[in-house]
Design a protein around this ligand. Structure first.
Ligand code: ZN
Length: 424
């Protein structure tokens, strides 16, 4: 029998995804949590459960913390600017000058602290991050993530070609620094290292091959952009004429599917690319806000990929996305699928259960046992207070949907990571 002195019971309306099609909703229930881990959800507490260990959230919703599976930490201050530009133009005009400032560790500490605070404020407890090329700034980001308790993957960005002279690396140094970063952070913790080549355009074949070897040597996951925009695909084909497509460039260099691999965007994928991505180790990240802002030339066919069984998650992708709210990303995912249908009606719109699944349980698989509330999952949770939204008689799932469309961080009454209260 469980020693209930070490357990707490969180009462409220509990919602989580069972799978992409099914939301579990347990009204007025108790979630039993022992030492940060979910034990079960019950209508009645077991006899003898200590009353002082009940945390009563009343009529509020309790949902898993969100997963932002593609976000650029150094772009935090450039959000909402250059949104009328094309991707390559936006990178050159806004992003590279901005990211180059992270050479200054003081700047990095200041901006990364603000960034991580804002992630938590928006209810993102699990995050997969793009840093800058700078070793020291990347260390600072790693340290802040650890201090604030998030579950995260981050690393040191790599780019050694087609970049401005003030923001580019020597190939050898890029590899040496990356290996040093990996070696330093091999210990087990909630923040882990990933290998982060920016995209094929800014990485030479030698750099990609070297990163693939490091991924293999240390078993490190990979995070990059792929099949993102009409223009980037065209440039990539010119730079890598011996490869059929971007997926093949990553795959042949040991950077796609050999270890856990997260690829942002994945908008333009032909059958061969889809075959490579239909791998349990791969995940494609839909970034609807970024897609709309920076004019990639298309919208990810989310419904098609879901039905094919390709792992999918949601990313804010700031700064080409402007908003760090993954709740907002859920609403945008549904909206964008309807816009896509106007031009390609063979796929239905994405449903709320599907988009919520992408934002929680599906993204969470990268971290293991987060993003849902089954027995053995981490109690990484948000308490949603929607009492400022008028209306009565709605189901908890309807209230969840309303929060995604109408709510913001002010509706998040509490954030828990492994049961610890996170103050913002
Ligand atoms: Zn991105």
């Amino acid at each position: 029998m469980e020693d209930y002195q070490k357990c707490k019971a969180y009462r409220g309306n509990v919602i989580y995804s069972k799978n992409k099609d099914t939301l579990i909703s347990k009204e007025n229930s108790y979630m039993l949590v022992c030492e940060g881990i979910v034990k079960g959800i019950f209508k009645e507490l077991p006899n003898g459960f200590p009353k002082e260990n009940i945390i009563d959230w009343g009529n509020k919703l309790i949902i898993p913390g969100f997963c932002d599976m593609h976000v650029h930490a150094p772009q935090f201050l450039q959000r909402g600017m250059g949104m009328d530009r094309e991707l390559l133009d936006w990178l050159k005009t806004y992003t590279y000058p901005n990211e180059s400032k992270f050479k200054d560790p003081n700047h990095a500490r200041e901006v990364y602290s603000l960034f991580v605070d804002e992630l938590l404020r928006q209810g993102t407890l699990h995050v997969n991050i793009f840093p800058s090329i700078h070793y020291e700034a990347s260390e600072i980001l790693f340290e802040i993530l650890e201090q604030r308790g998030l579950f995260a993957f981050t690393g040191k960005l790599n780019m050694d070609q087609n970049s401005p002279e003030y923001y580019i690396e020597d190939t050898e140094k890029s590899l040496v620094d990356t290996e040093k970063f990996i070696q330093k952070h091999q210990k087990d913790g909630n923040v882990k290292v990933s290998i982060v080549p920016r995209f094929t355009i800014t990485c030479s074949e030698k750099l990609l091959a070297g990163l693939g070897s490091l991924s293999e040597k240390y078993g490190v996951p990979v995070h990059s952009h792929m099949c993102e925009a009409v223009n980037t695909i065209k440039v990539s084909q010119e730079l890598f004429p011996d490869y059929k497509n971007e997926a093949e460039i990553f795959y042949q260099n040991n950077l796609l599917g050999q270890r856990p691999t997260i690829m942002a965007h994945c908008i333009f994928m032909d059958d061969e690319v889809l075959k490579l991505m239909k791998n349990p180790s791969c995940m494609a990240v839909h970034c609807p806000d970024a897609t709309a802002n920076i004019n990639a030339g298309g919208i990810m066919p989310v419904k098609k990929l879901l039905e094919m069984g390709i792992n999918l998650a949601i990313g804010s992708d700031i700064g080409s996305g402007a908003n760090l709210s993954i709740a907002r990303g859920i609403a945008s995912t549904i909206q964008h699928s309807k816009i896509r249908n106007m031009f390609d009606s063979q796929w239905d719109a994405v449903t709320l259960p599907e988009a919520f699944y992408m934002a929680t349980r599906s993204g969470g698989r990268y971290f293991k046992n987060v993003g849902a509330f089954e027995e053995g999952y981490c109690f990484n949770a948000l308490v949603i207070d929607d009492s400022n939204m008028p209306g009565e008689g709605f189901t908890p799932v309807e209230r969840l949907e309303r929060f995604c469309y109408l709510g913001d961080d002010r509706n998040i009454a509490m954030r828990y990571i492994l049961e610890k209260e996170i103050l913002v």
